[in-house]
Design a protein around this ligand. Structure first.
Ligand code: UTP
Length: 289
């Protein structure tokens, strides 16, 4: 019997150096795409996959992320008095069930693997999803829901993957493919940010995972990997051979919002999906071509 997937870990303790100076005093995850912060897209995506419990791995300067999910009583009251029913309904719709969000502090950003290890008490002995909120997904079916479906099919660990041009593989965690079945691939190895000539493929891991709790045992060894950081990829690699491990070619598009160009592209792509603004956006874009 597979354990149901109910938990998600959202690491938000990174420094966001690629987005300075915007991220000097503001969390990267609070940067808005159209009208909602990145963190909200990630939470909505996870909820659409049936996730009930959330753990944010936070750090210094990240309190706004937690406040975003609080009830803003004075604001709600003011909206009510001013008859702004639509805005009020929108705020209330994104309210989370009391007790469903917890936060854990990663005092020093030692790497993504270390951030996940910080959530060990929350994870306990259950499978869990990881969503990196700066990877913003535009998918008809929630990307995390696609992973959850694959988990129910294969059991074990599943990660969302995509092909990138070979000259960019050194920026990602890369998959050594055992068997390519199309949408699913079974994995025989993983390597974080390999030199281009040593990369086992151009199939890379994006910021969506469903992992088994045993990964924590490997992360607990605090072994440093690429860039001197405690890498999640290295911890995951140790699970291979002991548990099923699959990549899922997800359906949809990813925008790397930790990167300025990816963030700009996301603004356009998400605005074009909004019926109330798409026509206007198309119109002004013409003036730049
Ligand atoms: P990134 O590689 O994007 O790092 O982290 P970063 O620090 O956020 O941004 P740059 O590269 O300096 O611009 C990927 C994810 O892992 C989290 C980040 O918050 C982001 O969601 N992370 C990374 C942590 O929570 N802790 C860490 O120690 C490192």
């Amino acid at each position: 019997m597979l354990k149901p997937l109910r938990k998600a870990v959202l690491p938000v303790a990174g420094l966001g150096t690629r987005f300075l100076p915007a991220t000097k005093a503001t969390a990267k995850e609070m940067l808005p795409v159209v009208d909602r912060p990145l963190i909200q897209y990630a939470v909505d995506e996870a909820r659409a996959a049936g996730i009930e419990q959330f753990c944010f791995i936070t750090g210094r300067g990240k309190t706004a992320i937690v406040e975003h999910f609080d009830v803003a009583y004075e604001l709600e009251r003011t909206l009510e008095m001013r008859g702004k029913a639509r805005e009020l309904a929108e705020l209330r719709a994104q309210q989370q069930e009391p007790g469903s969000i917890m936060t854990v502090r990663q005092q020093v950003p030692l790497g993504l693997g270390h951030a996940i290890w910080c959530a060990r008490s929350f994870i306990a002995d259950e499978p869990f999803a990881i969503l990196l909120p700066d990877d913003l997904m535009q998918c008809d079916i929630s990307c995390t829901a696609q992973l959850a479906a694959a988990y129910r099919e294969t059991g074990g660990n599943v990660v969302a993957v995509e092909e990138v041009p070979m000259e960019r593989v050194n920026k990602y965690g890369v998959i050594d493919i055992e068997k390519d079945m199309g949408r699913l691939v079974s994995v025989k190895g993983l390597v974080e940010k390999p030199p281009i000539e040593e990369a086992p493929s151009n199939l890379t891991i994006i910021g969506r995972y469903v992992l088994m709790p045993e990964v924590i045992t490997h992360l607990a060894k605090m072994e440093k990997g690429a860039g001197g950081e405690i890498q999640l990829t290295d911890g995951m690699a140790k699970l291979i051979g002991h548990q099923p491990f699959h990549g899922v070619r997800y359906e949809g598009r990813r925008f790397d919002c930790g990167d300025k160009i990816g963030f700009l592209e996301a603004q356009i792509a998400f605005a074009l999906k909004r019926p109330e603004m798409a026509a206007q956006v198309r119109e002004f874009l013409k003036t730049y071509s």
